[in-house]
Design a protein around this ligand. Sequence first.
Ligand code: FAQ
Length: 368
Amino acid sequence: MYTQPTDRKELAATAERAPRTLTPEDAAFQQRIDADEFIEPRDWMPQAYCKTLVRQISQHAHSEIVGMLPEGNWITRAPTLKRKAILLAKVQDEGGHGLYLYAAAETLGVSRDEMIEALHSGKAKYSSIFNYPTLTWADIGCIGWLVDGAAIMNQIPLCRCSYGPYARAMIRVCKEESFHQRQGYDIMLALCRGTPEQKNLAQDALDRWWWPVVMMFGPSDKDSTHSAQSAAWKIKRVSNDDLRQKFIDATVPQADLLGLKIPDADLKWNARRGHYEFGAVDWEEFWRVVNGDGPLNRERLAARVKAYEDGRWVREAATAYAAKRGRGSFDPDAAKHGRDSFDPDVAKHGRDSFDPDAAKHRASEKVA
Ligand code: FAQ
């Protein structure tokens, strides 16, 4: 789907050292941005633009993949078969989002291995929200309702971001997130219409998730290091604080409908501003979690590293198979276009040596 221009290989590494004087290329690039043109992988771009995108898109991809863990924790314990099937599909969707995003970042010349290494070594960030535990089934409702709700609020403007592959990936992601948000709200609705114990579970989950979700939008605009430049490049179309406000304005009526109380004593409608006022965010907690010391940071990273190690044999087998077929490495593009599509019969019985006996046996299996 995406090409990988090799001349970008060094861009991310050298961007910070690049002089910040405005060259004619920089000016022409900014004109394209100002004219709302999409920037495509083979187009000229400033090194710092490339580096910012690699940072943001890869962190976004890591968030999707790490984000599978808290909900994955409940697949075996979903209360009904229907809820289990829905949750399985949702968690699988998040894995898919991670893959679109890694592919979008690869168009900038960074490899999947480099990105995964940065995640596993703790160098790359992922969203703070996924370092909190899922203690009850109501937490799964809150993740869909609030975490996916916040993710959509942040990602809809990204559908118009200036980098084409990222913007296009976001369109599909947002459609799926919108379904995820509704399924979360549906869980909350069922709990709030249930027994008093069920409603208490819903309130308890909201009490624990509300502030971490409010923090998800990132530091306040005055403390945000990347916002000004990202806005100038139209990577960011709406600021962290504006998105946070939009999210709170949209979510308070939803909580009212559920009959739940948002855990913020300072929350009140300001008719003059047309917005809700809200209490102070605990930024110390935010930075503690971002910097690796949240409730489950270590467990989340350890789970990702283990999954990577457990899957090593699959990658090795795919590479060995590709080498046997005359290529050095597994080519996902070829696999997608069916040139080497997986054939379970061949995998089971081996293509290279024809064994008439085995063939006869297979035929009789089919007849029986
Ligand atoms: N967590 O200068 P800014 C989802 C870092 S997807 C951790 O404002 P920027 C789907 C930031 O990286 C959720 N770190 O940065 C799902 C920077 O550090 P750096 C993820 C954070 O980039 C649902 C530093 O603070 N979504 O939930 C966070 O301009 C359910 C300074 O901040 C995206 O990634 C944080 N919350 O704005 C999956 C969307 N906030 O890199 C499963 C794309 C900030 O200099 C289940 N990303 N930091 O070391 C963005 O829109 C932006 O990157 C922001 C941050 C808005 C997150």
